[in-house]
Each structure stands twice: as C-alpha cells, then as structure tokens.
Design a protein around this ligand. Structure first.
Ligand code: KG4
Ligand code: ZN
Length: 335
C-alpha cells in the first residue's frame, strides 16, 4: 500500500511517500523567512506553502519512483495548525484525490506526532504512555490503541516548545529557539541559576511554563543584556533544566502510578538532547522501555502524516471531500 502524505500546518511544507511501513521519501522545506520576525507570520506561511507544494509533490513522486496512479491514498493534515496554512495542503489534497479518484485521508497532526514512533520502531505495540511535547502541545497521554487516547495531563499555559522559543527571543538567539537553546546548553551549567519549577496542586500531572519565561525576562532586565550574552550558555542550560525537571518528573511519576512500562516521546521538543538522555536514564532505573522518533520525525514532517493515513486506510476511515481544516483540532474533539 502506497500513501502520499502532505503536511502544511505551520512553517514546514512537507511531502512523503510511504510504501507499506517504509518511508520512500520525506521531503521537508522549512520556511526560513520567519526568522527575521522571531516567530511564524501566518500569511507568509500560507503563501510559501502555495508557492512550493505542487513542485514538492512532483519531486517526492520522482525521487520515490512512484507514479501517481500507483498511490492508494492521499493523507493530509487537517488540523491543528494555522487556518490558512492548513487550507493550502487540504485544498491541494482534495483536488488531487478528486482528479485521481483516490481516497482522501484527513489526518490529525497531533496523532501524526505520536504515530511517528512507528516509523522508527515497527515493533512498538499498544498500550503505551506518551509525552507529547511540541510548539503547541504539552500533554501526557495514555494511548490504548490507534484513535483511543486519554489525556492525563497538559500544560495549563505555554507549551514546552513555546517556552523554548520565548527564551530564545528574550535572549536574542533566533527562531525556532528549541534547537538553539539545546545546542548552547550543552556547554552550560544547569546549576548556574535556579528557575522556578511550577507545581500544579490540583493535578500534579499538569504543567505550567509561563512563570519560567517571566522569571528569565525579569532576570535579563535586571542584569542587562550584556550579562545575558556573556552567560548565555549557562542561562540556556539552567532554563532547559527547569523544563526538563518537570517534564521528566511528571511523566515518570505518571508511568509508575499507572503501571505503564512503555513510554513514547513525540513532537518537536522530543528532539531535545537533554530530554532524550534524562528520560532514557531514569526509565532504565525503573524498568520502563522508552521510545522516541529519529530527529527527522520529531519535528513536523509528512512521513508521520502518511503513516497515520495508512492506519486510517486500513480501517477504511476515508474522509469526505467536504471536510474542513480545523485549527483547534485536538485528540479529544476529533470525531
Ligand atoms: O512538533 P513541532 O515541529 O511543531 C508543532 O507541531 O508545534 O515542534 C516545534 C517546536 C518548536 O517550539 C521548537 O523550538 C521545538 O519544537 N524544538 C525543540 C528542539 N527542536 C525543536 N525544543 C527543544 N529542543 C530541541 N532540540
Ligand atoms: Zn507538529
């Protein structure tokens, strides 16, 4: 079974071709023009998707040596994401599905991040606990089966990725902040400064990161930007450690409480080197098996959309041509 996947929910245009469970090609074009604005400009994102999507699909088919007629289904992200950006991919996929008379498979991007794990770990099976950490989400999810999710905890304010991006903005490091903070933190001291670790009383599996960002902002205002520049490695390491402490503690405690012996990481922040090493280390101590996607499948990509599309196809969960883009789609309101 061959699935063509299209992802345009934010600032990455991506097209993939999946043959059964093997990724034949996964092309990702990251929109660099947003860097000068310190964040994604929605209108520019839509226009750029529109400019390159057609040629990226042609290139993906060429590189995988697959004819459009040999494709079984067309998978596309329908939410969550930026409305305009989503519409570009979805409209394109609808047109292609109609013209080729292939089934359309509308994919939930969040589910795609979870499914990315099956690309690298075909042996992974349900149920498992998932820590989903991206630019828009921070959730601990009990995954009983495909399409069967229970959210056990979530961020009550900023997502973990957002906390990284905001720190990078405060420290003038560039966008997106996560990979930059990750890199600078490698030669910094995590104990340089103690940032607050929010403890949510009513639900200890919930997260809060907005106080952390404010603490950094006030510190930089108080000490000055020259001081911040001089200590950027230590500041990144200390700030990152505060995020890691709550992510790792909450996730492992939940896994132990629920007697879940399988833990899966998903989303852009799952690419973080400190998260990968800390969660691996502590999981080993507690006899928990941990899985994370390879770096290319952590951040937004169409291979994970194709992989999710494959599951939908197998279950005959085809989408009608009238489906709409849903910017605030969640795992809970996806029906
Ligand atoms: O999953 P993703 O590509 O897009 C969303 O669906 O949101 O995640 C993007 C987020 C950004 O906030 C980015 O800064 C963060 O993932 N990120 C990282 C790393 N790589 C990407 N955060 C921490 N460390 C990284 N190495
Ligand atoms: Zn994403």
């Amino acid at each position: 079974m061959k699935i063509l996947g299209i992802e345009t929910s934010c600032d990455e245009t991506s097209v993939a071709v999946l043959d059964d469970k093997t990724v034949l090609v996964n092309l990702v074009s990251s929109q660099l023009m947003h860097q000068q604005y310190g964040g994604v400009v929605p209108e520019l994102a839509s226009r750029e998707h529109m400019r390159i999507l057609d040629s990226l699909v042609t290139e993906a088919l060429d590189k995988s040596q697959v004819e459009l007629t040999d494709i079984d289904g067309i998978a596309v992200t329908r939410g969550p994401g930026l409305m305009g950006a989503l519409l570009v991919g979805l409209s394109f996929a609808k047109g292609l599905a109609f013209a080729t008379e292939k089934p359309l498979l509308g994919v939930n991007h969040v589910e795609g991040h979870i499914m990315a794990n099956f690309l690298d770990h075909p042996e992974l099976d349900y149920p498992f606990l998932c820590l989903l950490v991206s630019g828009g989400h921070t959730q601990i999810i009990f995954v009983k089966d495909f399409h069967d999710y229970t959210i056990l905890g979530r961020s009550i304010d900023d997502a973990a990725g957002e906390a990284f991006d905001k720190a990078a903005r405060i420290l003038n490091l560039g966008y997106p902040g996560g990979p930059i903070v990750d890199r600078l933190a490698r030669i910094g001291k995590p104990e340089f400064y103690h940032f607050p670790r929010a403890n949510i009383k009513d639900n200890p599996t919930n997260f809060s990161f907005s106080g952390l960002k404010t603490a950094l902002l006030y510190l930089v205002r108080q000490k000055g930007s020259e001081w911040a520049e001089k200590h950027k490695n230590d500041l990144c390491a200390s700030y990152q450690e505060a995020i890691m402490d709550v992510l790792v503690t909450n996730t492992i405690e939940t896994a132990i409480q629920r007697e879940c012996r399988k833990l899966v990481l998903a989303g852009g922040v799952a690419a973080n080197s400190r998260l990968r090493s800390r969660i691996s280390e502590i999981s080993m101590q507690y006899g928990i098996s941990v899985y994370f996607p390879s770096l290319e499948y952590c951040t937004d990509n169409a291979a994970m959309i194709s992989r999710t599309g494959r599951e939908l196809y197998i279950r005959q969960l085809f989408s009608s041509s009238s489906i709409s883009a849903v910017p605030n789609l969640t795992l809970e309101n996806d029906f």
